[in-house]
Ligand binder design. Structure first.
Ligand code: FES
Length: 251
């Protein structure tokens, strides 16, 4: 069996994020769920699709192409059309670095000690890849330039509800449940929204911006809505809510 090799620094993978690396010339996906780190072969055993963008739930990753599922710890195929598993890799955390090596069987995830404090939660993954729609908290990277106070909770809910009226014309799912809203702030008259698109080339971008602006400015409390498109971090399917997954038939 090969030796452990360094594949990344801890701060390259945010909480609930993922990172593509190479181990022994094999494409590997590092996955962090909370304080746990897994490493799996980044190739679906069904037809070779990378698993990098697949949603993760209950310790399993779903292939975006035909829906196969694989266990993160064992690599076992958990849903058709995959009938064989994928390779898994042992992970070790050494100081501020992540090491991997191929494993013969199931692996225990490497776990971060709670005393570690230098970990990213608002860096490359912008608040750890969380769906920002659920909160008015902004990360340093995406906060508007001015120090805008957060909206009261009730108004926050109203603004999210307004934005749920805006539907992505390609996926036919509202932009909040798609996870396109990164942050909302309010300064007593203006609403500031950072939102993203499912891809930088999304042709619906201008339409979504305009409709979001109009939806917010219909609220009595909002004189003006300032919508900013941000592409960092990029959107990924794991930002979607369960409702969006249900609508798109992703289980
Ligand atoms: S390529 Fe992954 S399920 Fe078909």
């Amino acid at each position: 069996m090969s030796d452990f090799e360094r594949v990344a620094a801890l701060d390259e993978i945010p909480e609930n994020g993922r990172l593509s690396v190479v181990v022994d010339d094999i494409p590997v996906l590092l996955v962090r769920t909370g304080e746990k780190f897994y490493a799996i072969e980044d190739v679906c055993s069904h037809d070779g699709q990378p698993l990098s963008d697949g949603p993760i739930e209950n310790g399993q990753i779903t292939c975006m192409r035909h829906g196969a599922k694989f266990d993160l710890a064992t690599g076992a195929a958990k849903r058709m059309p995959a009938t064989t598993g994928i390779r898994v890799f042992a992970v070790e955390l050494r100081g501020t670095d992540i090491y991997c090596r191929e494993s013969d069987g199931a692996v225990q995830p490497a776990e971060l000690q709670t005393t570690a404090t230098a970990l990213p939660t608002a860096d490359s993954g912008c608040c750890g890849g969380h769906n920002h729609a659920a909160t008015t908290t902004t990360c340093d990277q995406h906060a508007p330039a001015s120090d805008v106070p957060s909206a009261p909770r009730s108004l926050d809910e109203k603004m999210l509800e307004a934005l749920r009226q805006v539907i992505d014309p390609e996926l036919m799912v509202n932009i909040v449940d798609l996870g396109l809203i990164y942050s909302i702030n309010y300064d007593g008259a203006k609403a500031y929204v950072d939102m993203t698109l499912t891809s930088p080339m999304c042709p619906a971008g201008p339409q979504l911006v305009q409709q979001s602006k109009m939806a917010l400015e219909r609220l009595r409390e909002v004189d003006e809505a300032v919508i900013k498109i941000v592409m960092t971090p990029p959107w990924s399917p794991d930002r979607m809510t369960d409702e969006a997954r249900d609508q798109l038939g992703i289980f």
